[in-house]
Ligand binder design. Structure first.
Ligand code: BTN
Length: 328
């Protein structure tokens, strides 16, 4: 939803002072609606000064991103109620692990502006430079067997796509199992880490990196990466972006917990899975092959049909897929 909020912020940014009546006229809303919108963005952390006879003035034009703005945007029952915000940290996944080792409870959320040792999948690094993106991780202690863990990553992907779609109206799609792509480029990455015994999960840490307002990328990913800003032409509140995803995750996780499977979520997932119905290259350690992807099953495995007509279920922990013409 491209809200009045963004038009209001743009208007405030473009003017030293702007009266309530001017805002109401420009945006075509009532004075009361202007007042409510000003209060809402104040609660998100924007510093707005009101001077009698002059109007409103935006003191800090920067995106408000901190504990207060996050708390005011979070609508969850348990996820993120324990919230840590860092201006800078090595990795939010590592911070959650340290806290978990000291007995932190399920639902602890760590969010950072900068990560100086952010981790990607397969041993790669993940950059979260100052002032533009989101790094966040949370702690789960699910009462399921360890082989359910990959499904949690898929649920996070679904929540991230849902959050982006609701906030921005962008057509965010999921590249199985857990990258979010917009117009064929990646804007969200998820790293799930687990400590477990063969039949018991100690903890699962779900870490999500979101490219929100950045315009620059490391050389090696610059052709395949994007941000919400680059795709929409609008800057987005990082607090609202993060909270939208966390809110969605909590709802989806509650549904997942009823059965320990994705049976109630898979149709939603498949409806926005970029690979469903496409030709893919399955990158299997035992050998890569091409196949037609159908969509996920109840366990989050990708169902593919090989050229000899056989159906196979591809497990996210072991293999990845590529579109046959490139990244998706
Ligand atoms: C990927 O390679 O696509 C996964 C990237 C995951 C990055 C996030 S940012 C928050 C959390 N902390 C980390 O160190 N990594 C994850």
């Amino acid at each position: 939803m491209i809200t009045m909020k963004h038009e209001l912020i743009d208007l405030l940014k473009d003017n030293e002072f702007v009266s309530g009546q001017q805002i109401a006229n420009t945006l075509g809303v009532s004075r009361n609606a202007v007042w409510k919108a000003i209060e809402k963005i104040r609660r998100e952390g924007y510093e707005i000064e009101a001077v009698t006879g002059k109007g409103y003035h935006l003191k800090s034009g920067e995106d408000a991103f901190g504990e207060n703005s996050l708390r005011s945007a979070l609508k969850t029952k348990w996820l993120g109620k324990d919230l840590l915000f860092f201006d800078e940290i090595d990795s939010t996944n590592d911070e959650i692990k340290r806290r978990s080792d000291k007995g932190a409870k399920e639902g602890l959320l760590a969010v950072a502006d900068i990560q100086n040792k952010g981790k990607g999948r397969r041993g790669r690094s993940w950059e979260t430079p100052k002032g533009v993106n989101i790094a966040m991780s949370f702690l789960l202690k699910p009462d399921f067997s360890p082989d359910t863990a990959p499904m949690l990553t898929l649920i996070m992907a679904l929540a991230a796509a849902e959050g982006i779609r609701k906030l921005t109206g962008l057509q965010a799609l999921i590249k199985w199992p857990n990258d979010i792509v917009i117009n064929g480029k990646k804007c969200v990455g998820i790293l799930t880490e687990m400590t477990a015994e063969p039949d018991y999960i100690h903890e699962v840490i779900i870490g999500t990196g979101i490219n929100v307002n950045n315009t620059e990328f490391p050389e090696e990913i610059k052709d395949t990466a994007t941000s919400l800003y680059l795709e929409s032409g609008n800057k987005w509140s990082r607090s609202e972006t993060a909270a939208g995803m966390i809110n969605a995750f909590e709802g989806f996780y509650e549904i997942f917990k009823k059965s320990g499977t994705l049976k109630e979520l898979k149709d939603k997932y498949n409806s926005i899975c970029v690979n469903a119905g496409k030709r893919v290259c399955v990158i299997d350690p035992k050998g890569s092959y091409e196949a037609d992807a159908k969509g996920i099953n109840d366990r989050g495995e990708l169902l593919v049909v090989t050229d000899d007509g056989k159906e196979a279920a591809v497990y996210a922990g072991e293999v990845s897929v590529r579109g046959i013409y490139g990244y998706v």
